[in-house]
Ligand binder design. Structure first.
Ligand SMILES: *Cc1c(COP(=O)(O)O)cnc(C)c1O
Length: 235
């Protein structure tokens, strides 16, 4: 079995096992392949093995691969830091953005989304451990932003995303994910009271902590290393 196939199989089994453990249906969890630093021929192997959702962090790098893989029916997710001068290309080339952390960015994405593409799916990035060095909204900033974003015409607010600080064991890892899940519930109550659509997505879990994330309700795990191998440092 080629390596990527084998890796997809291993990661899928980890997802399924954790889902089983907490009585969830594994089919509600999307395996999102993170392809930063990976060449489009590597991505083609992953496509051949059945993956259709791919995530990129850097716009220029992403646009090259999106263009090289134009013959494929794929869903591209933007997961990196997003500056306002880059929103147009993101709105025109991606299906999802997981890293929205300002209303201004969301407004631009909605304004610049081509009608023909339908809505752009949005997750708000939350700095769930309050780390000074990390991007993302503070927990108490999420609700007001969610209420605004949910009203923008060309966006669909799907959920919350977080990158918690690294923890060794699965119990410690689950704490931050549980906080994010709880935050989504609280905000969903308000959205529903305002007759706005509720968020169905928790984008959480990477190679090192996907089990903990699935146990706490993750619906999208973003996996790079355990699918494609270790990345070069430069990224
Ligand atoms: C790189 C990256 C990932 C994937 O991390 P791995 O540890 O390689 O699985 C997931 N999410 C974000 C936001 C990333 O930047």
């Amino acid at each position: 079995m080629p390596k990527i196939r084998n890796n997809i199989d291993l990661v899928s089994k980890r997802i399924a096992q954790s889902a089983d453990q907490c009585g969830r249906d594994p089919s509600e969890i999307l395996l999102l392949a993170v392809t930063k630093t990976r060449r489009s021929d590597e991505i083609r192997h992953a496509i051949d093995a059945g993956l259709t959702h791919f995530a990129e962090n850097y716009l220029q790098e992403a646009l090259e691969k999106i263009s090289q893989l134009h013959d494929q029916q794929l869903y591209w997710h933007f997961i990196g830091p997003l500056q306002s001068n880059k929103t147009r290309s993101v709105a025109e080339s991606f299906s999802w953005v997981h890293s929205v952390d300002r209303i201004k960015i969301a407004q631009r994405l909605s304004d610049q989304r081509p009608e023909s593409m339908g809505h752009l799916n949005i997750c708000l990035q939350v700095n769930i451990d309050d780390e000074p060095s990390k991007s993302g909204l503070k927990q108490d900033e999420v609700l007001p932003v969610a209420l605004e974003v949910a009203k923008l015409p060309n966006l669909r607010l799907r959920g919350l995303m977080a990158i918690p600080k690294a923890e060794e064991n699965i119990e410690a890892q689950q704490l931050a994910f549980a906080k994010l899940a709880q935050l989504r519930e609280q905000i969903n109550h308000v959205l529903s009271a305002e007759q706005l659509e509720q968020m169905d997505t928790l984008s959480m879990g990477m190679s090192g902590d996907l089990e903990a994330a699935v146990l706490q309700g993750s619906t999208i795990v973003r996996v790079g290393t355990d699918l494609f191998g270790p990345r070069q440092k430069h990224e």
